[in-house]
Design a protein around this ligand. Structure first.
Ligand code: PA5
Length: 475
């Protein structure tokens, strides 16, 4: 452990013993020779990515070092914090999942409900266009609309969901408080120079934060995209960034065996090519559960690709799945143990919970529950993690663990950066571009067409047959 890790907080660790042949057998485990071959294949890619980073091709890697962004975020949070009871994020995908993950990880479960547990405004993230959901929220909001700040996040500004939410809120604010109120109540996070939201923000003179150039939504959580709502809600964003910076040292290490992102990417790559095409992330901590959602998008949009870098059709991409321990032991583990052996499991485990409870004595009539009495609840949770891993290993299923000493901003910053760089290295192993998401566009354009955007009339005609229900198939 280096000095900065000790000063700032605890380091997360990556544990990979339980993928090896000596644990789960030759058929499903990795042999030492296979691991050596993976090291030889991956090592040059670490150097290649380090070079690409130096030449500015992966600007997400520099975000933790950008003091200007964090200062701007903190200044704006300090300016708006006092008069804000509710912060509402309007965004979707990479413009929302990181915000949700940081809030769940670093603020208490009852944050929104109990003012004693809150160090900032309540936080609501709307990453959908579900009418009853938004209506119910606006009904609840009522007069406290006056003390509500809306952070609309969209790099493009053309995402239908975010645009629609913004247009609803803008009209409500105009009706209630008039045009002057918009600057007071809306913060726009968007591209510095281009796009629809930039145009709107300039026109309405909104307060703005930036989505940095060349950083895709799913790699943007450590920019103003994720940092502003976190800072408003009392998260220590400096520790978050410090954690990411320290992880940068570890994942830049040219020695494959010391580089957790390289080993993680290589193991994932190996298993994908060995028929284990599903990657299950299973946090044993409620606080970490939405990091698994964030990871799903990062992994799916970055690695699911039709073509490799030479333009050959490859159709690759591990399918990321989220499961929550212990909840999903009781819904998924039957399949995970006895169903097809097509999954790699990654557990997230927490050594020390900052709050704990002792289990009370068993009722006299139920001495069979005595074994639980007096034990810490965290002991039960962590025992269940080990029990599930044991059961999976008995069924020859490979398992990885990311071990958090505790859940704090420093550790979460490390985790985010570890998985971002793991994704870059996995992209290099698969020989695909992990930074585009061309396949998402057609669905976005089809929505424009169905919503009668005149620029998409041809597409609307093509879709028409699909939108008309064929009664012959309706039972
Ligand atoms: O990762 C991505 O790039 C996407 O998930 C986008 O973040 C998402 O589609 C929202 O796009 P925008 O920020 O332009 O509204």
């Amino acid at each position: 452990m280096n000095e900065s890790e000790i000063v700032n907080g605890s380091a997360i660790k990556f544990y990979y013993k339980n993928v090896f042949a000596n644990v789960i057998g030759n058929e499903h485990g990795i042999t030492p020779e296979q691991f050596k071959a993976l090291a030889e294949k991956t090592s040059p890619l670490i150097s290649k990515l380090n070079e690409e980073r130096k030449s500015g091709k992966t600007p997400y890697r520099d975000l933790p070092f950008n003091a200007e962004i964090s200062q701007k975020v903190k200044n704006l949070a300090a300016q708006l914090g006092d008069r804000c009871e509710n912060l509402v994020v309007l965004g979707i995908g990479g413009s929302a999942l990181g915000n949700i993950a940081l809030q769940t990880a670093l603020n208490p479960y009852m944050y929104n409900v109990d003012h004693k547990q809150r160090r900032g405004p309540r936080l609501f993230v709307f990453d959908n266009v579900d009418p009853p959901q938004l209506v119910s929220f606006l009904d609840w909001l009522g007069d406290s609309l006056e003390k509500t700040i809306f952070n609309v996040i969209s790099k493009s500004g053309r995402t239908s969901e975010t645009a629609a939410q913004f247009m609803i809120i803008r009209q409500i604010l105009l009706d209630k408080f008039g045009p002057e109120s918009l600057r007071e109540r809306i913060v726009a996070t968007t591209d510095a120079n281009h796009g629809t939201l930039r145009k709107i923000a300039d026109e309405l003179n909104l307060r703005c934060l930036e989505v940095p150039d060349g950083v895709g939504g799913r790699f943007s959580v450590l920019s103003a995209v994720g940092l502003f709502s976190a800072a408003m809600c009392g998260v220590d964003i400096e520790s978050l960034l410090a954690g990411a910076r320290d992880m940068d040292t570890r994942v830049s290490c040219k020695d494959f065996y010391k580089n957790p992102a390289a080993v993680n990417a290589a193991i994932n790559y190996y298993y994908y090519n060995s028929g284990k095409t599903i990657s299950v992330m299973m946090p044993y901590s409620y606080a970490l559960k939405d990091l698994a959602d964030w990871y799903r998008q990062l992994w799916a949009e970055s690695l699911g690709k039709a073509e490799d870098l030479e333009g050959n059709e490859v159709y690759v991409g591990p399918t990321p799945v989220k499961a929550l321990g212990t909840t999903d032991q009781h819904s998924q583990v039957q399949l995970y143990r006895e169903g097809p052996n097509d999954k790699l499991f990654t557990f997230l485990q927490v050594k020390n919970f900052d709050k704990d409870l002792k289990i009370g004595p068993a009722p006299d009539c139920a001495p069979e529950l005595d074994f639980l009495a007096g034990k810490d609840l965290s002991m039960l949770l962590n025992s269940e993690k080990i029990a599930t891993e044991y059961a999976l290993l008995e069924s020859k299923r490979p398992c990885l663990t990311v071990l958090f000493d505790k859940v704090d901003a420093y550790g979460v910053g490390q985790f985010i950066y570890l998985y971002e760089v793991t994704t870059s290295i996995a992209g290099a192993l698969f020989n695909i571009n992990p930074y585009d998401q061309l396949a998402v566009e057609l669905g976005k354009e089809a929505t424009f067409a169905l919503m009668e955007n005149p620029d998409y009339e041809d597409l609307a005609r093509q879709i028409k047959t699909l939108s008309e229900v064929d009664e012959n198939y309706l039972i």
